[in-house]
Design a protein around this ligand. Structure first.
Ligand code: NAD
Length: 258
């Protein structure tokens, strides 16, 4: 029943084979979606080569640089998408960034520039990309972002990223309320802790994972592919009645009181 044939899915946030976005891209492709990929470019072109090699088996019909801190690049990325694809059906927002020094110690020590960077890249970018994708979601669509429990509860060391995720989850609700009339659904998956490039910057990430393995109802954390499965569902017509929600894919950890 889960069929994404004929759907164009733009996936942001693939950095390597551990990326949650890679798990999502694989499962969207498996469900029949036509995949487009954006990556964060670097001066030496290392990321371009690495991500391009990784995603090759999915035969992406688009492969474009897109640094969300660069308005001109975002504009040119979506101009190219408009030229090459007639429409976007699915947008996966799977990116975040905070300075490493702001992901350890006390939240009150967060610098103004660290706060700005974390919120700009991790929170504002959802509204930014939704605005760019909206005119191309001509037949309606589904926008999905990735959040973490630290946006709803105080998690040690998550600090400014928790504030960014709280803003991201509120953005999901505001975007869902605005874009619903265009039949565009907006949701978030709150994933359990997974070892990735981004999560390795969070102080004590391995302790967080071990704690989840001890306490979560399923006594483990989740995999990138499990998040990908939930993403495929949320972006499919099977989830046509779901918008503005934060869905926990965390082996049940969020329900536990102790
Ligand atoms: N790993 C976890 O435990 C976990 C849990 C819940 C939610 N998340 C969220 O999942 C998402 C993906 O993270 P991940 O854990 O897969 O790590 P990751 O490092 O693989 O992905 C983060 C991505 O953000 C991209 N990025 C950073 N700055 C950017 C910019 N300026 N423009 C464009 N892209 C930029 C990076 O290139 C990278 O591809 C993030 O939103 C993260 O907060 C992660």
């Amino acid at each position: 029943m889960l069929d994404l044939t004929g759907k164009n899915a733009l996936v942001t946030g693939i950095a390597n084979s551990r990326s949650i976005a890679w798990g999502i891209a694989q499962q969207l492709h498996k469900a029949g979606a036509n995949i487009g990929v954006t990556y964060l470019p670097d001066e030496k072109g290392k990321m371009q080569k690495k991500v391009s090699d990784l995603v090759e088996p999915l035969n992406p019909s688009l492969f474009l640089p897109c640094n969300v801190q660069d308005d001109e690049q975002v504009k040119s990325t979506f101009t190219t998408i408009a030229e090459k694809w007639e429409k976007i059906d699915i947008l996966i927002h799977c990116l975040a960034f905070a300075k490493k020094e702001d992901l350890t110690g006390g939240f009150s020590e967060t610098s103004r520039s660290g706060f700005h960077t974390a919120l700009e890249v991790s929170t504002y970018s959802l509204a930014q990309l939704a605005a760019a994708a909206k005119p191309l979601m001509k037949e309606g669509g589904s926008i999905l972002t990735l959040t973490y429990l630290g946006g709803a509860r105080a998690v040690p060391n998550y600090n400014v990223m928790g504030v960014a995720k709280a803003g991201l989850e509120a953005s999901v609700r505001y975007l869902a309320a605005e874009l619903g009339t265009a039949n565009i659904r907006v949701n978030a998956i709150s994933a359990g802790p997974i070892r990735t490039l981004a999560s390795s910057a969070v102080g004590g990430i391995l302790d967080m994972i071990h704690h989840v393995e001890e306490v979560a109802p399923l006594r483990r954390t989740v995999t990138q592919l499990e998040v990908g499965n939930a993403a495929a569902f949320l972006c499919s017509d099977l989830a046509s009645g779901i918008t503005g929600q934060v869905i926990y894919v965390d082996a049940g950890y969020e329900i536990m009181g102790m």
